[in-house]
Design a protein around this ligand. Structure first.
Ligand SMILES: *[C@@H]1O[C@H](CO)[C@@H](O)[C@H](O)[C@H]1NC(C)=O
Length: 432
């Protein structure tokens, strides 16, 4: 009963609803670069201060049950120490925002960081002031970067000023803002097999077209400390015909200008993936003086092809070598084990000898191969299955291949048999 009560309370806290729209209340951290006091070697440390973000009037599907939700109530006495950001979202759509509404009830953690945002190229501390919000939800494909713009507050002698940011507070003690621009993605990370195709999702929304008539999208790849441009597109928002595209070294990549203009969809398609395409992709959308990013990890995962040198292992007096080959996989971390299944057993056991591994071989396409050689002594009983098991991150379950041990009929057996046949034939002849 207690637990149910707490969960319900959590849900009550997170949403506040009116017809078809809800308020989402998020616990955030206001992140600032410290002045180096705590930093080592002059590197700035980050200072995190608890903050709250209230997203007002987030559009919700009409079939959403809103009865369980109670309105967000600002503190009864405004507190200038609190960092309470109130953002209007009625004029901009946050794609998939229902995820935020349900995260609390589904026990998914929402990561929310707010920081000051300074405009590119502008020096003077301006009115309005801008903030950047980074949002992501644990275990759900929801990531967004929002730019908030402060709204003007009617000042009178009773107006309070926020103690940290020196900005005027509204009557209810909140910092009133508007979401003016956002960049989002549905994925944080994606795994694709070699030679496959992938769509890296990235989209944007803006408050109104007054920000800029031109949008710039740049996709960069960052890998092992090196960065390179993949694709860059600039297009007018009122005319999808007027765009320019600059390709980086990677040719088989594309973006659709009509989707950019029509849907704010800046997704990148990569075809015929190679090992070299792996890394961190950064989608940067620029609109006038504003720019925001999303980051997506692309992993290449190619499962190994596994084979054994023999299907049947015919043992005579001397030991025999059985080889297991794992070929053309990526990434490097493959594990090979030898197991055996005796004729009387139902479950395989770990083979006492784990064979000898060759070193990894790397192919021209970046994939790897590895072999393991096992010496099987003649004492292994016939009917035993010898299994080579290969685990690799590209496959959910390990792959197994096996060979069955057969004992060669001893040579003397043939002598006896031959002798018997000759004897029978001999008597047959004699008796006629
Ligand atoms: C962009 O368009 C593609 C193809 O139609 C679609 O699969 C994807 O979900 C869209 N992404 C966004 C962010 O709108």
């Amino acid at each position: 009963m207690m637990i149910v009560g707490i969960i319900l309370f959590g849900c009550f806290m997170s949403c506040v609803c009116a017809d078809g729209a809800a308020d989402v209340v998020l616990s955030c951290a206001f992140v600032e670069e410290g002045t180096g006091l705590g930093g080592i070697g002059g590197r700035a440390a980050f200072v995190r201060t608890p903050a709250t973000l209230v997203l007002r009037d987030v559009a919700v599907a009409s079939d959403e049950s809103l009865e369980t939700l109670t309105p967000f109530a600002p503190p009864s006495i405004p507190d200038p120490d609190l960092l309470l950001f109130e953002a209007k979202v009625s004029s901009i759509e946050i794609p998939n925002a229902e995820v935020l509404l349900h995260a609390d009830c589904n026990e998914q953690e929402v990561m929310c960081e707010i920081s000051s945002y300074s405009l590119q190229g502008s020096q003077e501390s301006s009115d309005p002031t801008y903030f950047m919000v980074s949002l992501s939800v644990d275990g759900v494909e929801f990531n967004a970067a929002l730019i908030l713009q402060t709204l003007s507050v009617e000042k009178d002698p009773s107006t309070l000023v926020q103690n940290k940011l020196y900005l005027p507070l509204s009557k209810s003690g909140t910092l009133l803002t508007d979401v003016i621009f956002l960049v989002f993605s549905h994925i944080k990370s994606v795994s694709v097999p070699l030679r496959g195709d992938v769509l890296l999702n990235c989209g944007f929304r803006q408050h109104d077209t007054a920000l800029s008539q031109e949008v710039g999208i740049e996709w960069r790849l960052q890998h092992r400390g090196k960065g390179r441009k993949v694709l860059e597109m600039k297009t007018r928002l009122d005319d999808a015909e007027q765009f320019t595209v600059v390709h980086g070294e990677r040719r088989a990549s594309s973006m659709d200008a009509s989707l950019v203009v029509g849907d704010g969809n800046a997704s990148l398609t990569l075809n015929k993936l190679k090992v070299l395409d792996e890394g961190t992709y950064i989608c940067t959308v620029s609109l006038g003086l504003f720019h925001a990013q999303q980051v997506i990890q692309l992993h290449i995962k190619q499962p190994p092809h596994v084979s054994l040198s023999e299907e049947k292992l015919i043992l005579k007096k001397s030991p025999k070598t059985l080889s297991c080959h794992s070929s053309k996989y990526y990434p490097l971390d493959a594990q090979m084990d030898w197991l055996f299944l005796a004729p009387t057993d139902t479950e395989p056991s770990v083979y006492p000898d784990q064979g000898s591994l060759t070193s990894h071989r790397q192919h021209g396409d970046g994939t790897y191969s590895l072999s393991s050689h096992l010496t099987v002594p003649p004492s292994v009983s016939a009917g035993t299955k010898i299994i080579c098991r290969v685990s690799h991150p590209a496959q959910d379950a390990p792959l197994s291949v096996s060979a069955v041990v057969e004992t060669a009929q001893p040579d003397s057996y043939w002598w006896v048999l031959g002798f018997l046949i000759i004897t029978v034939l001999f008597f047959h002849q004699v008796m006629r």
